[in-house]
Design a binder for this molecule. Structure first.
Ligand code: NAP
Length: 317
C-alpha cells in the first residue's frame, strides 16, 4: 500500500522532529514542505532532504499529491492555515493549541466534518508508551485510589518573540496548558467540576500561571507553568497507597512507580523521535477513514480550549 504523503506548513523549530517522526512511522512519508518565502522553503527542504518545496502555503495545499497537511505555524495562524488545507481537501494535523479559543476550535472541527476530512490537534503525550503504562498502573490500582495530581512545567528564557504577544497566541498557558489538560483528562476519567487560576502577566501575556482542577471523584490537580523560574518539569500522581513520578510527562521516556510496599518499578522507552507514536496513530485513523482520533478526540480539544478560555477570564480580568 502507498504511504500517506505529508506536506509540512512552515519551517519552524518543531518541524525537524515531526519530519523524523513521520519517517520513523510505518505508513507515512514526508512529501513536501512550504514556507512564506522561497528561500527558506528551499533551505529547509535541502537540510531535511525533502525533494518538493514551495514558496507559499497556497502552492502546498494545491498539490494533489499531498494527503495530509501538518500545521506547526505560530499559534494565531493555526486556524487560517488549517482552513486553507481543509478547503483543498486535505486531512489536517494542527499543532497545539489547535486555535486560540473554544469557538474557533469548534469551527475547525465543523469545517473538517463538513468536508469529510480527518482533523486532530497534535498532542504526542497521549500516545507515548510511558503514558499507556501509567494508565495501566492506575487501572490496576497500583497506587490505590488516585487523589492528587501535580503538574509542573518550566520553560525558562523563551527567546522567540511571538511568545510575548497576546494577539499571536503567546503566553505560558497557550504554550503549555494543553499538555496538562489533555494528560490529566486522559488519566482521570471523572468530569472536571472546578477550575481556578492565577497568573503573573508581562506587558501582554501570562509569563507564569497556576491553576487548580477539581474532578467529580474528589481528585485535585495542582498545575504550574513558568517561564520565570527554573525547575524540574514533571507530573506526580499520588494515590492512597503509592505514587507515580513522570519526568517531562509530555515527552516522557521514563516513569517510576512507588507502590504500597515502598517497592520501586521503573520503565524506560528511549525512542529518539517520540512523536512517531502519534504519527502512527494518525496514519491508522486516516487509513480507517475516521474523521476524529478516538484518543485525542474532538471533546478533548474542545475541553482544552474551553479551560483556556475560562482561565483567561481569571488571568486577564
Ligand atoms: N507538540 C510539541 O511537542 C510542540 C513543541 C514545540 C512547538 N509546538 C507547536 O508548534 C508550533 C510552532 O512552534 P515553533 O516553536 O516551531 O515555532 P516557530 O519556530 O516560531 O515557527 C513557526 C513558523 O510559523 C510560520 N509562520 C506562518 N505565519 C507566520 C507569521 N505570521 N509570523 C511568524 N511565523 C509565521 C513560519 O514559517 P515560515 O517562515 O517558513 O513560513 C515559522 O517558522 C506552535 O503552535 C507550538 O505550540 C509543539
Amino acid at each position: 500500500m502507498e504511504k500517506l504523503r505529508y506536506g509540512v506548513m512552515g519551517t519552524g523549530r518543531i518541524v525537524d522532529r515531526f519530519v523524523s517522526a513521520v519517517r520513523t512511522s510505518s505508513e507515512g512519508e514526508i512529501y513536501a514542505i512550504c514556507s512564506r518565502t522561497e528561500e527558506s522553503a528551499r533551505k529547509k527542504a535541502s537540510e531535511l532532504h525533502i525533494t518538493t518545496w514551495y514558496g507559499s502555503y497556497e502552492e502546498l495545499v494545491k498539490d494533489p499529491m499531498v494527503d495530509v497537511v501538518y500545521v506547526p505555524t505560530i499559534n494565531f495562524m493555526h486556524k487560517e492555515h488549517a482552513l486553507l488545507a481543509l478547503a483543498h481537501g486535505k486531512h489536517v494535523v494542527v499543532e497545539k493549541p489547535m486555535t486560540l479559543t473554544h469557538e474557533d476550535t469548534k469551527e475547525l472541527f465543523e469545517e473538517a466534518e463538513k468536508r469529510g476530512r480527518f482533523i486532530m490537534e497534535a498532542q504526542k503525550s497521549l500516545f507515548l508508551p510511558v503514558t499507556a503504562k501509567v494508565k495501566e498502573w492506575l487501572e490496576e490500582g497500583r497506587i490505590g485510589k488516585l487523589n492528587l495530581m501535580e503538574y509542573d512545567i518550566f520553560v525558562p528564557d523563551v527567546s522567540f518573540q511571538w511568545f510575548y504577544h497576546r494577539d499571536m497566541g503567546g503566553g505560558a498557558l497557550l504554550g503549555s496548558g494543553n499538555y496538562i489538560f489533555s494528560h490529566a483528562l486522559y488519566l482521570e476519567k471523572s468530569d472536571l467540576t472546578e477550575l481556578k487560576g492565577q497568573a503573573v502577566l508581562g506587558d501582554e501575556v501570562d509569563l507564569q500561571c497556576t491553576f487548580l482542577m477539581k474532578f467529580e471523584d474528589e481528585v485535585l490537580a495542582s498545575c504550574k507553568i513558568s517561564t520565570l523560574a527554573k525547575g524540574e518539569s514533571r507530573c506526580v500522581l499520588y494515590g492512597t497507597e503509592g505514587k507515580i513520578y513522570i519526568k517531562d510527562f509530555w515527552k516522557a521516556r521514563e516513569a517510576e512507580l512507588i507502590d504500597r510496599s515502598g517497592e520501586s518499578e521503573k520503565i524506560e522507552f528511549p525512542e529518539p523521535f517520540e512523536m512517531f507514536y502519534e504519527v502512527d496513530h494518525i496514519n491508522a485513523c486516516i487509513r480507517q477513514g475516521i474523521l476524529h482520533s478516538p484518543v485525542m478526540d474532538k471533546e478533548m480539544s474542545l475541553s482544552c480550549a474551553r479551560y483556556t478560555d475560562l482561565l483567561y477570564e481569571d488571568y486577564y480580568r
